[in-house]
Design a protein around this ligand. Sequence first.
Ligand code: ADE
Length: 249
Amino acid sequence: MQIDILTLFPQMFQGPFSTGIFKRAIDRRLIQVNIHNIRDYTHDKSHTVDDYAYGGGAGMVLKPEPIFEAVESIKSDICLKEGGSELPIILLTPQGRLFCQQIAQELSRYSHLILICGRYEGVDERVREHLVTDEISIGDYVLGGGELAAMVVVDAVVRLLPGVLGSEASPLDDSYTTGLLEYPQYTRPDVYRGWAVPEVLLSGNHAQIAKWRHEQAILRTLKRRPELLDKANLGLEERQLIERLRKDS
Ligand code: ADE
C-alpha cells in the first residue's frame, strides 16, 4: 500500500514512522509512506498556505491552491504507475465520519491512500467539495491539526495488511473485529504478588480455554461497552449467557 500524507508539519511523522511496526512494514516494502509538505506547493515568496476567512472571524483558513496542486501531483504520479484505480482522498477533520475498526478494514483494501491533515481554523470549503472523497474524525474532540489523527488512521490500517503483524491470525482476534472487547491476557509468572492466573489458562485444555475467553470477552463488553453487544454477531447460547449475566449483575 502507498500512503501519501499532506501536512504543514512533516517532522511530526519522523518518530512514528521510524519505529515499531511502521518501520518493519516500510523496510519489508509492505507499505510506502510519502510525507508531503503542503508549503512546497506554494508559488509566492513567503510560501503562504493560509489566509483570513471571508466574512471575518478569528483564525486562518488553509488556502485551496497548494492542497489541490499537491493532490493532483501525487495523483498523476500514481496514474502513471498504475492507471485509474480508485483512490481515496481523505481529509482529517473533527467534522468527518467517526473512525472505527470497520473503516480501518475498508481502507485496508485500497492500494493507495491520500491523507490531508487540516490545521488552523479550517480548510477552504472547495477542498471538501471538489477534491476530497472522504472526511474522517478520530473522535469527538478537537486536536491542533490532523497529523495525530492521520497517524491513528495509518496505524489502524497498516496493522491489518497481510504480513505486517507477526501472525496472520492476530488482527482477527482484536477487540472490535470480533464485535467484542478482548478477553483478559496473562503471561508469566503464574502467581505475581499473590495474584494468580486463572487456573483454566494453565490447564492445557484448549476447548475450555476458548470457552472461558469467549465468556470473558462477553462479560467485559457487557460491563464496559454494553451497546456493542447489540451489534455483535452472537448465537442463541451467547445471547442466553448475556441475559443470565445481566440478571446476576
Ligand atoms: N483535526 C482536529 N481534530 C481532529 C479530530 N478529532 N479528528 C480528525 N482530525 C482532526
